[in-house]
Design a protein around this ligand. Structure first.
Ligand SMILES: Cc1ncc(COP(=O)(O)O)c(C=O)c1O
Length: 468
């Protein structure tokens, strides 16, 4: 790789290496608070600029700085508090209990759940509970989980960590779970099956009722990943959109994850994992009465947790209220429909994947390179999420994208980007550089080596690369 390539990668990873001091050890003397705040504010404001314009897919769900400031004020009151110490902070019990109750009410649950630090933690925790439950009740020793290949990759991470075999099932032509194919993968060591409402890649809802019937016929649980849709789909249903049943109204759904830090508009670091029955939740509890440090009891993976997160999550739900969630959902769903229908009717070179409501995934028709389309969108300040297998892009519509004119200017930019891709057919797309390298053992090894290198770099202080 030439110097300029290295400089570009280093520049992307460490953009502040030339403008801020890098600390390799604790400074000998305290740095002035005002200077610290000014430096952090500079980075935060610069980094917020793009998201605030409404040109970013997903990631920022509320996009409302008044709301964030309010949550910040609430966070401030409890930032130092440890949720573990209930004798000191009994308010945490009120906040957590009510966050669980409100989420459960929305999803027609039984009021049984836990608050976790995010979607991945909810998914991995559920998998752990199913593994332990199956071990205890059915003596399962070689556990496996069956899920459509679009289910969130955090479940693969969980399977990897927990020694669970992950069995991926193919999709139907409509890009949702093929339930007959799932059935073929189930055996006596299957601890649970999974469906999404909706999935990350294409924003589509799997046929949960069918998957639930399958799970019941085998006497196993069904986890529905509602991390993304859990706090949006119920409002869509109330607004009259055609949302198939996917929550606890479906017999056979035994657990649901729903992220408050996505469409619940809470600060990052919170999610709810609901169970139909306490017996399953009990499997994730940890109690240790014989520790020299005292009696130890912990509901989940984390030990100490900041009270700021539970207090501000509770505040986000209460401060938004039903009418606030409905109004936000209305704007999001209308914007998404404009984008979806605009692609379907106005850009024949692209195809919308499935029939999505709020997250619009699309792929190229024919030999158009969708990553070249992405290159042109990036150049105009748009930040989509790149997909693979098949190559595609998605726009997960959130509140910042509902600002007047955003959907129309996106469609215009997208039309222009398709034109760019047609004109630059012979070029290699920058934004798709590593996609498609996998697929073979050698390709996978290369991509994995690259990804590990990036992870290493993300945990280091900016290197002193000579810059010309
Ligand atoms: C469907 C789905 N499940 C799980 C997750 C993981 O959530 P988190 O990033 O909070 O761990 C996401 C994240 O986008 C998601 O879209």
């Amino acid at each position: 790789m030439g110097d300029s390539g290295l400089e570009r990668i280093v520049g992307d990873l460490y953009p502040y290496r030339k403008t801020t001091k890098a600390y390799r050890r604790v400074p000998a003397e305290p740095v002035d608070r005002a200077a610290i705040l000014a430096e952090i504010a500079g980075m935060a404001h610069a980094e917020d600029e793009r998201g605030d314009k409404g040109t970013v897919s997903g990631s920022l769900y509320a996009g409302d700085h008044d709301h964030y400031h309010f949550l910040g004020d609430v966070f401030d009151l409890y930032s130092h508090a440890n949720v573990l110490q209930r004798d000191m902070y009994p308010s945490a019990t009120k906040f957590e209990g009510e966050i669980i109750a409100m989420t459960s009410d929305l999803l027609h649950g039984t009021g049984v759940g836990v608050v976790t630090g995010g979607g991945s933690e909810s998914l991995i925790t559920a998998m752990y509970a199913y593994r332990e439950y199956a071990r205890m009740r059915r003596s399962v020793t070689k556990p496996n989980v069956v899920m459509p290949r679009t289910a969130h990759v955090a479940l693969d991470k969980g399977a990897h960590w927990l020694g669970v075999e992950m069995r991926h099932s193919p999709l139907t032509d409509g890009y949702v779970a093929d339930v007959a194919a799932m059935a073929e993968l189930i055996d006596d060591q299957t601890i649970a099956v999974v469906g999404s409402a909706a999935n990350y890649a294409h924003g589509l809802i799997d046929p949960i009722e069918e998957i639930a019937a399958l799970a019941q016929s085998h006497g196993i649980g069904l986890h529905v990943d509602g991390c993304l849709g859990g706090w949006l789909l119920p409002w869509a249903e109330r607004l009259g959109y055609d949302v198939p049943l996917w929550d606890f109204r479906v017999p056979g759904v035994t657990s649901i994850s729903a992220d408050t830090h996505k469409y619940g508009y809470a600060l990052k670091g919170s999610s709810v994992l609901l169970y139909r029955e306490k017996a399953l939740r009990k499997r994730q509890y940890f109690t240790y009465p014989d520790w020299p440090g005292g009696l130890y009891v912990s509901p989940g993976f984390a030990g100490s947790r900041s009270g700021g997160i539970v207090a501000s999550t509770w505040a986000a739900l209460v401060a938004t209220g039903e009418s606030g969630y409905l109004a936000a959902a209305d704007g999001i769903l209308r914007t998404a429909a404009t984008i979806r229908d605009g692609i379907r009717t106005g850009i024949p070179e692209l195809e919308v994947i499935g029939d999505p409501l709020f997250l619009i995934a699309f792929k190229a028709v024919g030999d158009l390179d969708i990553y070249l389309v992405n290159d042109a969108l990036i150049a105009q300040g748009w930040r989509m999420n790149a997909l693979q297998l098949p190559p595609g892009l998605h726009f997960c519509v959130t509140r910042p994208n509902t600002a007047p004119g955003v959907a129309d200017s996106f469609l215009e930019a997208l039309r222009g980007a398709v034109g760019y891709a047609q004109q630059h057919k012979r070029e290699r797309a920058k934004s798709g550089a590593v996609y498609g390298f996998g697929g073979t053992p050698q390709g996978n090894t290369l991509v994995k080596t690259l990804m590990v290198g990036v992870l290493d770099a993300m945990h280091e202080v900016a290197p002193d690369v000579p810059v010309s």
